[in-house]
Design a binder for this molecule. Structure first.
Ligand code: ADP
Ligand code: MG
Ligand code: MG
Length: 889
């Protein structure tokens, strides 16, 4: 029989798959001897079975009973026992943290009878009725699916009737009345009574937690975070402890160090006389955790002690949830805490210095995505700014855009291409779509641990939270600053998540210190810790990685930039970029040339220009390999647009102004027009169809190289033939190349200048016949953009803007195959071509030059596939270096 239920004492932190993160860590803390209220966890396996079959798996109910009975024995009271009830929380918890996305129900076990027992035991009527109304409210909303608004409004009405806005002013009588009102809400909206049977409450709550795995907001969150949709959630049943038992009780959240900078210190929020989510929901303003020292020194000291135990045990920054019940501290949750990109780097290095982890592990604690985030620009400190207010620096970055006050508008305007800042009093899980769509998030309530802050940090989105001076009126779609200035929907604001400042209007941005570090600028006085940490981790990554990192660059200037970023050569120089602009006419002449003579004249004009281009690139990359791709795009890209030209000719004819030249041009353009140019006359096909074109390019490549070599500069050109499908194509071009390199101008000391000939592998056929191609090619470079298009039969330009969003939404894709390599399909072709090619030519050099060269997941794949290098755009080079290092350790 499968075991579906584990006591907290039975599990450990490595069982996140089975017990969820929350359950596994509750077990770990229990076994560490920390004060965790006893309980048990129902496995994710039970959830998966429930979701698949639509009913609880056989045996689950009995196992739950068994563990409940054991819990009741430990606690010396029964669930919902009338004179002294055991109460429990029923909590969701998946393998990966999904803050606030799923459900939790507190105070399960209270009913019309046990509420009196609870009151007597606690000696506090108000507390008992407050707990009961919370149960009816949470149960109604999460288990019975009633709009939370109905309960919320009733609560607000009760406060209003009392002439207060503070829930602490409500007394036992108010809460007793509120329970009746809430029960009425249940009756009206769920068509049933609030269940009085404690076990029924618990079973329904467990089922609701299972179901919450598939709630729309959980789905949105999973897609955003790339969490698989089939994991399911565990359910932890945990005996209740009470933070709402008076001012000597309370509840709080904390980090073991600053999640924004990594600095050691006391970071957390505490709320007296409150329960569960009150802290993060921002119902009252929280106290800074340091104030707990004054309120309850013993608990405060114990808490710090426990936090240090947890840090040493997990060897990482942790976040925790705790509750104090009448002077007794209870731990309710811990996990390795989400952190900002900057903190990821600094914390990793601090932990190394503290001897908790080594550099290999430090390297695993950071990601290329985080590094990329640190390279983003930030606001110019010296720019004129119109400060509106200052809030909490909840998630770093610099973001500007139009203020919007609801999620739907954020999504709509972002889709229309506008940059927006989502402004809310506080966010809740339903705001997720809007947060994803927005450049940044601004809230007037809640602290560093509020929903907005936690979720924004997780997404790497800029956020300023708890800007309390702002009056946010969501209904009127405006915010009002302390001095009376107003911002309406559509007005531009800027928020600085690094220092918490909010500005009216747009603020110019400047490079980040990490960017300056990579650019090799000096004088980085500020943020030294961060730059030092990045430097240290990058060095370790560079020392450990096997993959080389090259750049995709077409000019000497880009190559020079790339070198400062650490490029170890050029992996792709696209020569077509050199044919655009003013030179387009020359190419047009070449294409339209009718005689050998005309063609040669055009080529002769192009040759010196190309030599100049390559010379600049070689100089910038002296000593490093430079892969130059011969002309690839379809011809028509260099010719006038067919439709425009047709119109022009028709008009001219009408006016009797048509020249013969124009007419001929139209005829040629028409002749060369293709329905599917990307599958037409391009790449090597073009090289073969237009005699002399590739020879001219090779001439420029080798002559420029020979000249520099004669000067003593080391040049290593690699001539790359695009879109080869069969070895015969490559042979034809290779023969042409061989003739050119033997020309006197390409010789150095009587020998052809050093060079290699290779091909791109970007057609499935090429991957399959790689063994034949490798007979001729000295290197392969996987053109994964085209290889993805040709393997899937997708035209990238067409599909990305049409049905891809549907595919992503419905889960057919987890991520676009153009963004992250499709390892199962396209990746398989890469591996096949690598094996087959290397079998024939053992030293066959293998690289990749598609967009995927700078994508973290893809870099790991290429490492394991045994490639020699990845090539990517200049700004992705540090990311690729880091990920290559991570892949190798
Ligand atoms: P989430 O994953 O959304 O944080 P939790 O299951 O952690 O949901 O619970 C929500 C809130 O209720 C948290 O603040 C938590 O600390 C509190 N809570 C959960 N179980 C108990 C309990 N047994 N006693 C007291 N508070 C609890
Ligand atoms: Mg929690
Ligand atoms: Mg290509």
């Amino acid at each position: 029989m499968t075991k579906f239920v584990y006591d907290f004492a039975e599990g450990d932190r490595d069982q996140k798959d089975l017990l969820g993160g929350k359950g596994a860590n509750l077990a770990e803390m229990t076994n560490l001897g920390l004060p965790v209220p006893p309980g048990f966890t129902i496995t994710t396996e039970a959830c998966r079975a429930y979701l698949a079959d639509g009913r609880e798996p056989d045996g689950l109910a009995d196992e739950v009973t068994e563990h409940l009975v054991a819990l009741e024995q430990t606690m010396g009271k029964q669930l919902g026992q009338a004179d002294d009830p055991l109460l429990v929380s029923v909590r969701s918890g998946a393998k990966f943290s999904m803050p606030g996305m799923m459900e939790t129900v507190l105070n399960v076990g209270l009913n019309d009878r046990s509420v009196h027992g609870l009151a007597t035991q606690a000696g506090d009527e108000r507390f008992a009725w407050d707990s009961y109304r919370r149960l009816v409210q949470m149960f109604g909303a999460t288990v019975l699916g009633i709009e939370a608004e109905h309960f919320h409004d009733a609560l607000e009405d009760a406060k209003k009737a009392k002439g207060t806005t503070n829930d602490l002013d409500l007394d036992a009588g108010d809460f007793t009345a509120l329970v009746e009102t809430f029960k009425g809400v249940v009756r009206e909206h769920a068509g049933r009574e609030f269940p009085q049977d404690p076990r029924e409450q618990m079973d329904l709550a467990i089922r609701a937690v299972f179901d919450s795995w598939n709630s729309p907001r959980a789905n949105v969150y999973r897609r955003q975070e790339r969490i698989p949709a089939d994991l399911g959630t565990a359910v932890s049943v945990c005996s209740m402890v009470f933070g709402n038992l008076g001012m000597d009780s309370g509840t709080g959240v904390a980090f073991t160090r600053d999640p924004a900078s990594g600095e050691q210190g006391i970071y957390g929020d505490y709320l007296q006389n409150a329960q569960g989510e009150d802290v993060v929901a921002g119902i009252r303003n929280t106290l800074h955790l340091t104030e707990l020292e004054r309120i309850d020194k013993a608990c405060y000291d114990q808490l710090l002690e426990i936090m240090s135990t947890l840090e040493r045990h997990y060897r990482d920054l942790c976040d925790i949830e705790f509750t104090i019940e009448r002077g007794k501290l209870w731990m309710l949750q811990t996990r390795v805490g989400k952190r900002t990109a900057a903190a990821a780097f600094t914390v990793a290095c601090q932990l190394v210095d503290e001897g908790l982890i080594d550099m290999d592990e430090a390297l695993q604690r950071v990601t290329g995505a985080q590094l990329a985030q640190l390279m983003f620009p930030r606001f110019d400190r010296d720019a004129e700014k119109d400060l509106l207010t200052t809030g909490m620096n909840a998630s770093p970055g610099a973001a500007g855009g139009l203020a919007v006050f609801d999620s739907a508008t954020a999504v709509r305007r972002a889709r229309a291409g506008e940059k927006v800042i989502l402004v809310r009093r506080e966010t809740n899980p339903d705001d997720l779509d809007g947060m994803i769509a927005a450049e940044g998030v601004l809230t007037s309530r809640g602290g560093r641990t509020s929903h907005a802050a936690v979720v924004a940090r997780g997404m790497g989105k800029t956020a300023v939270c708890g800007a309390e001076e702002l009056e946010v009126d969501v209904r009127a779609k405006k915010l009002t600053a302390a001095d009376g200035r107003e911002v309406h929907e559509g007005d531009t604001i800027s928020i600085d998540g690094t220092n918490g400042e909010v500005y009216l209007g747009e603020v110019p941005v400047v490079a980040s210190p990490v960017m300056s570090y990579f650019e090799g600028s000096t004088g980085l006085a500020e943020n030294d810790d961060l730059v030092a940490a990045v430097d240290r981790i990058m060095r370790h990554a560079d020392a450990g990685r096997r993959l080389r990192v090259r750049v995709n660059a077409d000019t000497g200037e880009d190559c020079a930039t790339a070198r400062t970023f650490g490029a170890e050569g050029v992996g792709l120089c696209r020569t077509e970029h050199m044919f655009l602009g003013e030179r387009r006419e020359l190419v047009e002449a070449l294409v339209l040339a009718e005689t050998q003579d005309e063609r040669e004249k055009a080529l002769a004009t192009l040759l010196p220009l190309q030599i100049e281009d390559f010379t600049a690139i070689y100089r910038a990359m002296a000593g490093l390999p430079v892969t130059i791709r011969l002309l690839d795009p379809p011809l028509h890209e260099f010719l006038p647009d067919l439709t425009e030209l047709s119109v022009e000719v028709a008009v001219a004819r009408e006016r009797g102004e048509l020249t013969e030249e124009r007419e001929e041009l139209l005829a040629s353009v028409r002749r060369l027009h293709e329905q599917n140019p990307m599958l037409g006359l391009r790449g090597v096909r073009l090289g073969i169809a237009v005699p002399g074109l590739y020879a001219m390019q090779v001439r420029a490549i080798t002559r420029a190289a020979a000249t520099l070599a004669a000067e003593g500069t080391t040049v290593l050109p690699e001539i790359m033939v695009p879109l080869v499908g069969t070895v015969q194509e490559l042979q034809a071009v290779a023969a042409e190349i061989a003739q050119v390199v033997a020309e006197p101008e390409s010789l150095v000391d009587g020998e052809p200048v050093a060079h290699q000939i290779g091909t791109m592998i970007e057609l499935p056929r090429a991957a399959l016949v790689a063994a034949q191609i490798a007979e001729v090619a000295q290197f392969f470079s996987f053109g994964t953009n085209d290889l993805t298009q040709t393997t899937w039969g997708f035209s990238r330009d067409d599909v990305e803007s049409s049905f891809f969003s549907d595919y992503l939404e419905s889960g057919i894709f987890g991520v676009s195959p153009f963004e992250s390599l499709d390892t199962e399909g396209v990746g398989e072709l890469v591996e096949i071509a690598s094996w087959r090619g290397r079998e024939v030519r053992h030293d066959l050099k293998l690289g990749i030059c598609g967009e995927h060269g700078g994508d973290p997941d893809s870099v790991h794949f290429f490492h394991h596939a045994g490639l020699d290098y990845v090539s990517c755009s200049p700004f992705r080079i540090p990311v690729a270096r880091l990920e290559a290092g991570r892949a190798a350790t």
